[in-house]
Design a protein around this ligand. Structure first.
Ligand code: CA
Length: 230
């Protein structure tokens, strides 16, 4: 498995630095943010395998970041950190869409164990079907339907669509498609044109008949699957 990409949001410098350093020693790719606004802007541009959010932050707090991400269809597992110990807060955190909860102060080993458990959990684990709005992809039969209508797709188009749907609500860059769908390491001739042509065909099939486009362009970076939240 590739190094997990984690976003760690914490305003308290000491905790931020020590946790980030610990995760980097595990060879994780760690991005840090110091505030809610900072975190939300990072999430607009990059994609992660796990979000570790401190609840108490200046500006939008951890719960606000979580709600913002889920409202955009972002299904990335979330570990919520908080000094609030009461059961009510714990329930609020889980109901707000957090996948797990860790009370401060915590031991780094505990944070690592909880994080690993969340990373092992399959994304959108509701069986074999992936859903986004009225679009469904059956990953076993590799068939797609939109509003109940079968959409004929080539094998490559199914690969791209499955990838976009697994990362729905998040930015999927051309580099990610090149690496994970085309399985190409860096090369001299970029696949950008090939990817753009494939994406144009896929979007025509998925979105042409609908008033609600599900594949969005993120200018200069790539694409995002989900209803346009702009
Ligand atoms: Ca804090």
């Amino acid at each position: 498995m590739a190094a997990p990409r984690v976003l760690f949001v914490e305003d308290e410098q000491k905790t931020r630095d020590s946790v980030a350093e610990g995760l980097r020693l595990e060879n994780w790719q760690v991005t840090t943010a110091v505030s809610g606004d900072d975190a939300i802007s990072v999430l607009e541009k990059a994609t992660f395998d796990l979000l570790i959010l401190d609840w108490m932050l200046p500006g939008p707090d951890g719960m606000d970041i979580l709600k913002h991400a889920r409202a955009r269809g972002n299904q990335t597992p979330v570990l919520l950190l908080t000094a609030r110990r009461s059961l009510d807060d714990r329930v609020a955190g889980l109901e707000g869409g957090a996948d797990d909860y860790l009370a401060k102060p915590f031991a780094f080993a505990e944070l690592l164990a909880r994080s690993r458990a969340l990373l092992r959990r399959p994304v959108l684990s509701s069986g074999l079907a992936l859903n986004c709005g009225d679009l469904t992809l059956d990953t076993r039969t590799r068939s797609a339907q939109r509003a109940g209508q079968e959409i004929p797709l080539t094998p490559r188009e199914v690969d791209i669509l499955e990838y976009l749907m697994r990362y729905q609500g998040q930015v999927v860059s051309r580099e990610m498609l090149e690496r994970d769908v085309w399985k190409q390491a860096r090369r001299f001739t970029s696949l950008d044109n090939v990817i753009d042509v494939q994406m144009m065909r896929l979007r025509r099939k998925i979105d042409a008949e609908s008033t609600t486009p599900l594949i969005q362009t993120v200018r200069g970076i790539g694409y995002r699957m989900g209803p346009d939240a702009a």
